[in-house]
Design a protein around this ligand. Structure first.
Ligand code: S3P
Length: 174
């Protein structure tokens, strides 16, 4: 892998920090940054919450796959922060792995729940859950989703994943 010619995909459960890390990483590497959820919101001119409310999850997944394919068709170097469910629907994970380097930001359900407890309002799948419900919900969904997440080319596990950790790993694997 040549780092000056590349496409990097950050994936993992809601709350694992894909967007924050993606922006910093893009800045450091001088790559373009896409936030898949933001691309969908711009395209439809609606928030993710309103898309789930008015169109339903199935339609959201369709829009998500379409927007992902739009990004994949761009030739530039870029970093994409994917929504937590994006790798788990349609052929998305295979398409991602054919296009570039996928990185799974791995946290356990306890850490994810504490990261999400104050950031659930804008996430329709968890907006109405209590802290106890949240841990069980995450544990169950994570079990289903890890089969997709673990197809990633790189997995980074930790309590506080940093830009330097990611760039070191990328260079080591280049
Ligand atoms: C979802 C994750 C969200 C967003 C939508 C559905 C999911 O993105 O795409 O609410 O299915 O896990 P984040 O992972 O950025 O929160």
């Amino acid at each position: 892998m040549k780092l000056n010619q590349h496409k990097i995909f950050l994936l993992g459960f809601m709350g694992c920090g894909k967007s924050t890390l993606g922006k910093k990483l893009a800045n450091k590497l001088g790559f373009q940054f896409f936030d898949l959820d933001k691309c969908i919101e711009e395209k439809v001119q609606m928030s993710i919450t309103d898309i789930f409310k008015t169109k339903g999850e199935e339609q959201f997944r369709k829009l998500e796959s379409e927007e992902l394919i739009n990004i994949l068709n761009s030739n530039d170097n870029y970093i994409v922060a994917l929504g937590g469910g994006a790798p788990c629907f349609n052929e998305n994970m295979d398409l991602i792995n054919k296009s570039g380097t996928s990185i799974y930001l791995k946290y356990n359900e306890g850490i994810l729940a504490s990261r999400l407890i104050n950031a659930k309002a804008e996430r329709p799948l968890i907006a109405n859950k209590t802290k106890e419900e949240l841990i069980d919900f995450i544990a169950e969904l994570l079990k289903e989703r890890e089969q997709y997440y673990l197809k990633s080319k790189l997995v980074i596990e930790g309590t506080n994943i940093t830009v330097n950790q990611v760039t070191d790993l990328l260079f080591k694997n280049s």
